[in-house]
Structures are given as structure tokens and as C-alpha cells.
Design a protein around this ligand. Structure first.
Ligand code: M6R
Length: 623
């Protein structure tokens, strides 16, 4: 997730762009840049080019500081604040990216899934690339299609380029040949046009526009906008003109930053359908023999496939993703798996072998215990595979290979979209290893990939029913104790559900492997207890049904999270929340969502700020 902006008006563009980027910085902050069309040809440009580009690694303040020593005259420009996905944070990987002629500059939010193929295609035409980003192909493609000598305009070149892009984009383009306009386009990434008085703007979210206007046009997928200072033209991807009345937005700035949601946590819960799609789709390939998983970025060759054992370590929510990983690697790849809490692993005397596949999971990539565990494993000669959300984090830099979750920045302390995207990476790895190790039949592999491909839309369907959970939370938020229970994959999800609830609602909540109830925890159950049973493992329905009866007969209230169309629990639970049917072994990707919503609404009912729970920090970089 990055933030983009653009300005065409009568004011100096640079301060307007920097101000907008400040509002967008929550979307990414590992580098920032602007391109401004200077009013006069630049002195140091041999071609008299007017395109002034400055970009810098680090937060926006680094760029602002640099620009404070320069004069940037020009009333049209584009800007970007980056959350790295392709290519580590660096000056050269920062946006804007320019084409070989230096006339065209592009900023982009999204992922160009076919960039590697496009890059090869352009390289075969002698285009030299400067960065490791997917975005740079866009600048070069526009230049390729841009033929001013034959009357071909910038808009035509952008439209031709868009036809070749697979994946998601919100992008803005300027060219020194057209100092009066900027072109913007979107597909699967947000982009809003702000309509001002003598000035027009674009931004990834409304927040960045509110200082200038409250009249906006929300661009739809595959639409293109051409902004001039006095008007805006909208086009379809085929270049046909569109007429659309603007929308008036009343949001205050704080609400706008959260996309209209009351809290970042709720926004991030709702971003999961897209984050799951972003993490999955570039890695799911259609081949001539059917669907396959492509993990080119980690070159999962024979060495890794031959590993006799998987070891996974992590903290908190990431450790719960590791717990799901244990079941997934056993199920799909028939590999023995050891899962360890990083703070435990680092202080015991663990047996780690050089041929182990050692996976470290961390949203931030900066958690002190996780880094210490990874360094200890490295000393044993183990090869480290990081699953992380932050390109260029310490974990990503020190691990042998990194598989990124493409969730975008997570602001709320309680992890939500990071968890589900970690699960997605783990499933992709486990399935791919299962295939490489011939532990999974072609038919099963195809079936699982088909199910995986549906997960983003199924997640959206779960989110659409959030009101049911909101109402349930309104009735039960004051319970003294909330226990989550489940078996196997459902047990792992119970652990994460209990953590979510305790960290933001401050309710005493625990997770139990349902079979363990009778070995002790059932002594805690009374009429002040809510038990949430996660029941998606069809073969174990009878077992979990008995467990539910055991707690309800002792006065506990109960909620069951199970499959749509499942009637096994209707008569025995107080309430049943259903999720769309997928493979039992993929259920955590969906079953955690109602539990996240339940935690969120309990916290709100109790008057807590879910984004900033007491005593907790987003990233625990000290012991
Ligand atoms: O950045 P990491 O994934 O390494 O963070 C690990 C934990 O600190 C983190 O998951 C924590 O448990 C969250 N507050 C959970 O919501």
C-alpha cells in the first residue's frame, strides 16, 4: 500500500504535494518523492527538460528537508509515499520513476503482477532499468507507445500501456511535453479526483484532498482522468469520454484518514479481502496444465523441498499463524513441524539442523525476540525463510529469503490483516512444498488452489455480515470470562481469537483445545462465561458438539462459528455465525474474521480505544 497524489493548479505544486503526502504517509513511509513540471527549462538539463524529480529513502521528512534547500517552481506535479513491495526501500527504488528519455514520470500504488515479463520484453528492446520495482515498466511502456512525432499523444500512450498491465494500480503520469496536464488511472487500488477552484487534484484517499476541496469523483476500475488546472476529463479504458457528477464529502479529516471507519482496526479488518487478494493473486498462475503456485521470489528449489523438517518461530499473532502452519505443513506436505515462541526458542538449547527449513514470521520484521531466535538458528546453519510485511526490515535483510505479505501498513496495535496474509503465505508454501514433495495428488492440488482463489471474495462475504457480530457483542461484551475452543486448525484460530479479545477489550479470555476442557479448564465455566466454539473440522463435529453441551449445561452462553448450511449446532448453541464453505483445512482464513469483529465491538462497547490498547506497543523491539 503506497500513497499517491497529483496537482494541477495555480499554486506552487511542491508544497501542495508535500502537504498531501503528509496526509498519506500512514499508507507507507519508507521513501517519498515528487515530480514537478518546472515553469522554465531546467538549467542542468541538456534537453531543456522541465521535469524536476526528487526522491529520498526514509520518511517524508527526509525529502522535505532536502527540498527546503531548493527552489522548485512549477504548478503541476505528482507525488508518492512508498510502502515497498518490489525492491527494497532505497533512493533509486523510490517513486516517481522516469522513462529512458527522462520526459515521463510515473507514481504508482499497487502491484504489477506481470512486471517480470514486461521487463524482459522491454529489455529485449534495449531499455535499461534503473530500479528493482515493478512500477518502472510503466514509465518505459508509456514511452514506448508515446510517438509525438507521429501525432500520438500522452493519453493514447497511457491507454495502450494500461492494456498490458496485469494486477492492481492507481497511477499518475506527467510528461514534460505536456506541462498543462496530468493523467491518472486506477484498477483495484483507490484513486480519487478532487475538483477545486482553478485547481484539480488526485489522491489515494480523500484526506489528502480536503484542504482544497470537498467535491470529489471516485474513479472506478479501469477509468482514466486527465487533470488540467481548469477542468478534468474522465475516460473509460477504451478512451471513451465519461460524464459524472461530483460527490460532496462531509467527512472530517480524522474520519477520512480512517476511510470513513471509526478506527484503523475496523478499517484494517475490512481491508482483508483485498490484502488476501494482493498476497495471493500474483502468486497463483494459470499454466497450460492448470493452476499452479509460483513463488519465484524465494526460488523454492530442490534444497528446500528436501528439508526433513520445518521449524517455525514467531511472537504473538505471528506465532498463531505459525500454529496454523503446523497443521498446514503436516496436512499438505506431510512434513514434521516444530513451532516455537521466539522468546522461548532463544533461551533454550534447541536442536536445529542445517537442513531444517526454518521459517520466521513477523509483521514488522523488527520484533526483538523474533530476531534473536532467527540469529540463533542461523548460528546452527539453518536456512532462514522470513514471512514478513515490511520490505527492508531487519528480518528481511538478515534472512536468506523473504516471502512478503502484501497487506500494506498495519496501524492498529491489534494485528488483523497481517495475520490473514501470513496465513495465506503459509498455505502457499505448504501447498507448494506438498506438490514438490509429491505428497499431494494433482487433483487435490487443483481443488485446493481453486478453493484458495475464492477466499478473497468469501472474506468479503463474511465482512458483509458484520452487523450480526456487532449485535452479538452488544449482548455479551460484559461477560467476566470468554473462552474460545476448537480442535486442530480451529484450536489455532481460538488462540488468535482469545488474544484479540484480551488485548483490546481487556476481558479475561483464553483458548483451549476443546479436548482439553475436561482436563481442567471446565472448572472455570459458570454463568458469567461465554464460550465461542470454532467448528469447521467436519470430521470432528460430534466431538466439538459434546464440548459445547458440556459448557452450556454449566450455564455458559455460547456462540458457534461454523460453515454455511451446517445444522449440527443450531439446537445446542445460543447463536451460530456461519462462514462460506471452503476446504476444512483452509478455514482459518475465514473463521478468524468474526472473532476479530467480536473483539473490536466488545472493545468499543467497553469504551476502549481499539487502536491504542493500554500497555501495548505495535512493534516490540525491546525485550
Ligand atoms: O511484528 P510482529 O509480527 O513480529 O509482532 C509480533 C507480536 O508482537 C504481535 O503479533 C502482537 O502480538 C500483536 N499485538 C497482536 O495483535
Amino acid at each position: 500500500m503506497c500513497g499517491i497524489t497529483g496537482y494541477a493548479g495555480y499554486k506552487e505544486a511542491a508544497p501542495v504535494l508535500l502537504d498531501a503526502l503528509k496526509k498519506l504517509e500512514y499508507r507507507g513511509y519508507d521513501s517519498a518523492g515528487i515530480a514537478v513540471l518546472a515553469a522554465q527549462p531546467l538549467e542542468n538539463s541538456p534537453s531543456g527538460n522541465r521535469l524536476f524529480v526528487r526522491k529520498a529513502k526514509g520518511p517524508l521528512s527526509v525529502l522535505s528537508e532536502r527540498l527546503s534547500h531548493e527552489t522548485v517552481a512549477g504548478t503541476l506535479g505528482i507525488g508518492h509515499t512508498r510502502w515497498a513491495t518490489h525492491g527494497e526501500p532505497s533512493d533509486v527504488n523510490s517513486h516517481p520513476h522516469t522513462d529512458v528519455s527522462g520526459r515521463i514520470a510515473v507514481v504508482h500504488n499497487g502491484i504489477i503482477e506481470n512486471y517480470a515479463r514486461l521487463k524482459e520484453w522491454l529489455q529485449a528492446r534495449d531499455v535499461v532499468f534503473l530500479s528493482d520495482t515493478d512500477t518502472e515498466v510503466i514509465a518505459h511502456l508509456i514511452n514506448y507507445y508515446y510517438k509525438p512525432e507521429s501525432g500520438g499523444g500522452l493519453l493514447g500512450a497511457v491507454l495502450e500501456t494500461l492494456k498490458r498491465l496485469e494486477g492492481s494500480y492507481a497511477l499518475a503520469v506527467v510528461s514534460s511535453d505536456f506541462p498543462d496536464r496530468l493523467i491518472a488511472a486506477r484498477k483495484d487500488s483507490p484513486l480519487i479526483v478532487g475538483l477545486g477552484q482553478g485547481e484539480n487534484l488526485i489522491a489515494s484517499d480523500v484526506t489528502a484532498l480536503l484542504a482544497h476541496t470537498r467535491e470529489v469523483c471516485f474513479l472506478e476500475d479501469r477509468e482514466v482522468a486527465v487533470l488540467y488546472r481548469d477542468h478534468v476529463d474522465l475516460f473509460t479504458g477504451q478512451g471513451e469520454k465519461i460524464i459524472r457528477a461530483p460527490t460532496h464529502v462531509d467527512w472530517d479529516v480524522e474520519a477520512a484518514e480512517k476511510g470513513g471507519y471509526a478506527h484503523f482496526m475496523l478499517k484494517e479488518i475490512h481491508e482483508q479481502a483485498k490484502a488476501l487478494a494482493d498476497t495471493l493473486r500474483p502468486r497463483l498462475k494459470e499454466t497450460t496444465t492448470g493452476r499452479d503456485i509460483s513463488l519465484d521470489e524465494i526460488k523454492l528449489g530442490d534444497n528446500w523441498a528436501a528439508a526433513p523438517r520445518v521449524v517455525i518461530t514467531a511472537c504473538g499473532t505471528a506465532w498463531h499463524a505459525a500454529m496454523v502452519g503446523k497443521y498446514a505443513f503436516e496436512h499438505f506436505a506431510r512434513l514434521p513441524v516444530e513451532v516455537d515462541i521466539a522468546s522461548e526458542y532463544r533461551y533454550r538449547n534447541p536442536v536445529t539442523n542445517p537442513d531444517d527449513l526454518f521459517i520466521v514470521i513477523s509483521q514488522s520484521g523488527e520484533t526483538a525476540d523474533t530476531l534473536a531466535a532467527m540469529r540463533l538458528a542461523k548460528k546452527s546453519g539453518a536456512r532462514i525463510l522470513a514471512v514478513t510485511n515490511v520490505v527492508g526490515s531487519t528480518l528481511a535483510r538478515e534472512a536468506d529469503l523473504s516471502l512478503y505479505t502484501w497487506a500494506g501498513p498495519e496501524i492498529a496495535v491489534a494485528s488483523t490483516k497481517a495475520f490473514t496474509t501470513q496465513l495465506m503465505c503459509i498455505y502457499l508454501l505448504a501447498l507448494k512444498l506438498g506438490k514438490l514433495r509429491s505428497r499431494i495428488t494433482d487433483a487435490d492440488y487443483a481443488r485446493y488452489l481453486k478453493a484458495l482463489a475464492k477466499i478473497p471474495e468469501q472474506a468479503a462475504a463474511v465482512l458483509a455480515k458484520q452487523e450480526l457480530i456487532q449485535k452479538f457483542a452488544a449482548r455479551h461484551f460484559n461477560k467476566g470470562k470468554v473462552f474460545f475452543m476448537g480442535r486442530q486448525f480451529d484450536y489455532a484460530v481460538s488462540l488468535e481469537s482469545a488474544l484479540k479479545l484480551k488485548e483490546i477489550s481487556y476481558t479475561h479470555s483464553e483458548a483451549f483445545a476443546a479436548g482439553e476442557l475436561k482436563h481442567g479448564p471446565i472448572a472455570l465455566v459458570d454463568t458469567n462465561t461465554l464460550v465461542v466454539a470454532i467448528a469447521t473440522q467436519t470430521a470432528l463435529f460430534d466431538k466439538i458438539a459434546s464440548n459445547i453441551r458440556e459448557v452450556t449445561s454449566r450455564g455458559a452462553a455460547s456462540l458457534v462459528i461454523t460453515w454455511e448450511g451446517e445444522s449440527a449446532f443450531a439446537a445446542i448453541a445460543d447463536e451460530v455465525f456461519t462462514i462460506p464453505k471452503t476446504e476444512d483445512c483452509l478455514s482459518p482464513l475465514l473463521s478468524i474474521i468474526p472473532a476479530q469483529l467480536f473483539a473490536y465491538y466488545c472493545a468499543v462497547q467497553r469504551g476502549n480505544d481499539p487502536d491504542k490498547p493500554r500497555n501495548l506497543a505495535k512493534s516490540v523491539t525491546v525485550e
